[in-house]
Structure formats: structure tokens, C-alpha cells
Design a protein around this ligand. Structure first.
Ligand code: IPD
Length: 280
């Protein structure tokens, strides 16, 4: 089935993400409360997460009724057009709860089954309403912060790389992730935990981070950010030419990726993943 050009889909993603970001920002100013917890008591959802996702879902359904929807806070639906919108209404929910200005609305549109192993991301927008930053990319058209074209940092040796990562919500997993970080921190410039995977990936795209890796992400956390990082020149994947996914996502300039991959593989050998860690 034919579909609009990626740049046209991006216009919609951007418009909807800006509207949704404005709502999230307004609700943040009014005060935020936890509505429920999900996979663990630390994994929370606010009323704003749900309200923002509903708004996004409605706007996308009005504009593109035949497309599927795959979001963090509501049931997935498959469409008839071959396109699916992959949405995190507020990535960085814990930052949002605490008023830390690093949270984002993340909207991507992908072609193919809503499975990150096989889909092809066509367009993505990541809006941080607290800082007024709008990151966008359409397949083949580069990555942008507002009207500024983005390029990843090149020629950074691993020892001078500023690396970003994140931690899951489950305690056993976080302890394991911290072991890996403990093994890495002496081999890089420093490590940042920004608290939003979407913004971590945009940070690689715009050179605020040299590399980012995380295990246990959900597709809505990274669908838009991975395209933005790629379009800025990053290699995005996992170990041994695997595609990025729940098991692992790495993003960095290709030369740094090549240096980092064996180091991370050695750390995974040194700190084997416990069985309970293989779940999110
Ligand atoms: C989380 C953030 C965080 C990452 C977690 C994600 P959420 O998403 O992206 O940076 O470390 O793995 O689950 O819960 O804020 O949408």
C-alpha cells in the first residue's frame, strides 16, 4: 500500500507531539500525582501520561484513521494501512513526577509489523516541552533540533567518551545494570543517567552524549529517538550486528560503536545476566 512521504508523516508527528507536549507541560505546572504503578512500585504512571496518550491517539486517529497504534499507556490496535504510530506520551515519567525538566513526548511512525526487529521507522518527533526543544527526523532527510541539522560526534576515543545509560524499574535488574556501569566507568570520560531514553538518543544525535546504551527498553521508549540518532549519523544496534531491541540498544558514531561493542560484550561476560533479569 502506498503511504505519504516520510516528511509528510513527520509534519503530523511534529504537530501532534507539540500539542501533546503543551498539555504535558500544563499538567506539570498544575501538579502531578501518581495514578498507579505498573511493573514495580517504582514504575509509575501519572494521570497526565494517560491523558496525553489519549490526546495523541485521538489526533492521530482523526488524521490517519487507517493506521495502527502502539503506545505505552493503552491497548495496541493494528491498522489497515501498514503504518503504525509508536508513542510514549511522557518518556522520563519519574523526571516528570519530580519536576526535573528532562521528559519528552515521543512519537514515531513505522512501516511493517509493530515489531522493532523488523519495522522500518519513517518519521519521529521527540518534544521536550520543559526546554522547548523539538527533535525530528524523517527517513533519509537528516535529524534536526528545531531548524538546526544534527550530527553525532565523530573521532571520539572510548576513553574520552561521555556515555549515557539508564536503569530498569526492577531492583535485581538495576543492581546488574549498576555492575556493568561500575565496570565501564573507568574506561570512559564519564557516565550520565538522564532519565529519558528518548532524550538520551536525541542527545547522541546532537552531540551532548557520545554514546548511549541500555538494556530492557520498550519499543515506545526508543522508536523515534533511534531514527533521530541514525539520521544524525549514529549506528544504532546491539551486539554482533543484532538490531536494537529490548535486550540491548547501543547508539554511537560508527567508529566509537566499534570500540565500545567489545568492551560491553566483555562486561556482559563478566557480569552474566541473571534469569530474572531477562524480563523487563
Ligand atoms: C523510562 C526512561 C528511562 C529508562 C527506562 C525507561 P518511562 O521510560 O526512558 O530513561 O532508563 O528504562 O523505562 O518509564 O519514563 O516512560
Amino acid at each position: 500500500m502506498t503511504h505519504p512521504a516520510p516528511t509528510e508523516l513527520l509534519d503530523l508527528a511534529r504537530t501532534v507531539a507539540l500539542t501533546a507536549g503543551a498539555l504535558a507541560h500544563r499538567r506539570r505546572a498544575e501538579g502531578v500525582e501518581i495514578a498507579a504503578s505498573k511493573s514495580s512500585p517504582e514504575d509509575i504512571v501519572t494521570a497526565a501520561d494517560r491523558e496525553v496518550e489519549l490526546l495523541i491517539r485521538g489526533l492521530l486517529a482523526d488524521a490517519r484513521p487507517g493506521d495502527g497504534f502502539y503506545g505505552e499507556e493503552s491497548d495496541a490496535t493494528s491498522g489497515t494501512s501498514g503504518l503504525t504510530w509508536v508513542v510514549d506520551p511522557i518518556d522520563g515519567t519519574v523526571n516528570y513526577l519530580y519536576g526535573i525538566p528532562f521528559y519528552a513526548v515521543s512519537i514515531a511512525v513505522v512501516q511493517g509489523d509493530p515489531d522493532p526487529a523488523s519495522w522500518n521507522a519513517l518519521a519521529g518527533a521527540v518534544v521536550n516541552p520543559a526546554l522547548g526543544e523539538v527533535f525530528t527526523a524523517a527517513e533519509g532527510s537528516g535529524a534536526w533540533l528545531g531548524d538546526h541539522r544534527l550530527h553525532v560526534n565523530h573521532d571520539v576515543p572510548l576513553s574520552l567518551a561521555l556515555a549515557g545509560t539508564g536503569f530498569g524499574y526492577e531492583a535485581t535488574r538495576r543492581v546488574w545494570q549498576a555492575s556493568v556501569v561500575g565496570g565501564l566507568i573507568g574506561q570512559v570520560r564519564d557516565i550520565r543517567r538522564i532519565g529519558s531514553a528518548a532524550l538520551d538518543l536525541c542527545s547522541v544525535a546532537c552531540g551532548r552524549l557520545d554514546l548511549y546504551f541500555e538494556r530492557g527498553l520498550n519499543p515506545w521508549d526508543y522508536a523515534a529517538g533511534a531514527l533521530i540518532a541514525r539520521e544524525a549519523g549514529a549506528r544504532v544496534g546491539a551486539l554482533q550486528a543484532d538490531a536494537e531491541g529490548r535486550d540491548l540498544l547501543i547508539a554511537a558514531a560508527p567508529d566509537l560503536y566499534d570500540q565500545f561493542e567489545p568492551v560491553l560484550a566483555a562486561l556482559f561476560d563478566r557480569f552474566p545476566v541473571a534469569a530474572e533479569n531477562s524480563r523487563k
